[in-house]
Design a protein around this ligand. Structure first.
Ligand code: UT7
Length: 322
């Protein structure tokens, strides 16, 4: 039986840091409101010429180093992103070229803030069925390009960055379970209306930016993070007290605290980066995981729960023995 395990992780954040105070000049908000309602203090923003593949590649190189595998050992690349460099080819193909790899499968996954969990689900299935041995899974996002900087309900919430993981074949898990879900009935609760088939001209209008019914998303995120945890624990016959670390999607500290409470987990067992990174969508879980691995909090052998919720709606979880 083949399983997959986390061999290494990496993260990348752009140099430019934007503090809450700077929003006070752009919209009717305050540092205090943003901290209190979201937990966010600052976020990183990509430089004008910095792309999703630039950030993803930087995170990927660190993950490959940490995994102690050669670049040439990578045999699958998945990039989770909703902010690709180009309409096509995929950002995964661009990363593949820049890693000087050829012929291995490379594709993007589009599941908004749940993208990295979807990517892990797919990579895990590839490895378990013999389709790959060393999968590179990247979450990379440049949300600053799709932010409406005049909408206080959304502009303060997001940041740019990338996280990556090398998932490798192993004799025992590793990844114990993945659960992914979607419900397109909520399409318009959180979306960027402009697209390609629906009218490419809209790409330079207000339709090209994030629109969100914040409170509706908030309520659904809280209830879904609870139900996905329950589903995961029961599928694995694991008690909530066995979870060593919760690594949730980083959208709002209040959502994260509610998720921790449902698991009876004290906040010092929850990895929180939303204060420093804001919401980096599909990059948020691998970035948070990488921070906590590199600072020594997360140790080999510990049981980790990843949980995500995002536009679609999409949601999912991964339970993993690190
Ligand atoms: O990653 C995908 C998932 N995304 C999320 O999970 C985000 C989910 N939503 C949220 O995090 C929260 O709903 C927000 C942080 C966006 C908003 O917090 P809230 O407590 O749900 O506030 P609200 O939307 O109910 O708005 C309360 C008030 C409103 O004013 P009125 O209508 O009561 O006068 C908003 O206009 O807060 C106002 N408001 C702001 N005030 C100052 C909204 N954004 C801001 C702001 N600064 N930036």
């Amino acid at each position: 039986m083949t399983f997959s395990r986390i061999a290494g992780t990496g993260g990348y954040l752009p140099e430019r840091v934007m503090h809450n105070k700077e929003f006070e000049k752009l919209v009717d908000t305050s540092d205090e409101w943003i901290r209190e309602r979201t937990g966010i203090k600052r976020r990183h923003l990509a430089a004008d010429n910095e792309t999703t593949s630039d950030m993803g590649l930087a995170a990927a190189r660190k993950a490959i180093d940490a995994a102690d595998v050669a670049v040439s050992d990578i045999d699958l690349i998945i990039v989770a992103t909703t902010t690709p460099d180009k309409v096509f080819p995929s950002t995964a193909c661009i990363v593949q070229r820049r890693l000087k790899l050829h012929t291995i499968p490379a594709f993007d996954i589009h599941a908004a803030c749940s993208g990295f969990i979807y990517g892990l689900d797919v990579a895990n299935r590839f490895i378990r069925t013999g389709g790959a041995t060393n999968a590179l899974v990247i979450g990379s996002e440049t949300y600053s390009r799709i932010i409406d900087w005049s909408d206080r309900g959304t502009c303060v919430l997001f940041g740019d960055g990338a996280g990556a993981m090398v998932l490798t074949a192993a004799g025992e898990p590793g990844i114990m379970s993945t659960h992914i879900h979607a419900d397109g009935a909520f399409e318009e609760a959180l979306h960027v209306p402009a697209g390609i088939s629906s009218g490419y001209d809209a790409i330079r209008t207000e339709s090209a930016f994030i629109q969100m019914k914040g409170h509706e998303v908030f309520k659904k995120a809280v209830s879904t993070m609870g139900s996905i945890a329950k589903e995961t624990l029961s599928a694995n016959n694991v008690d909530k007290h066995d979870i060593a670390w919760l690594i949730p999607h980083q959208a709002n500290l209040r959502i994260i605290k509610a998720a921790a409470k449902k698991l009876d987990l004290p906040m010092d067992r929850v990895v929180v980066t939303v204060d420093e990174h804001a919401n980096t969508s599909s990059a948020s879980i691998p970035l948070a995981l990488d921070v906590a691995i590199r600072d020594g909090r997360i140790k080999r052998g510990e049981l980790l729960l990843f949980e995500a919720f995002g536009a679609g709606f999409t949601w999912g979880s991964v339970l993993v023995r690190y």
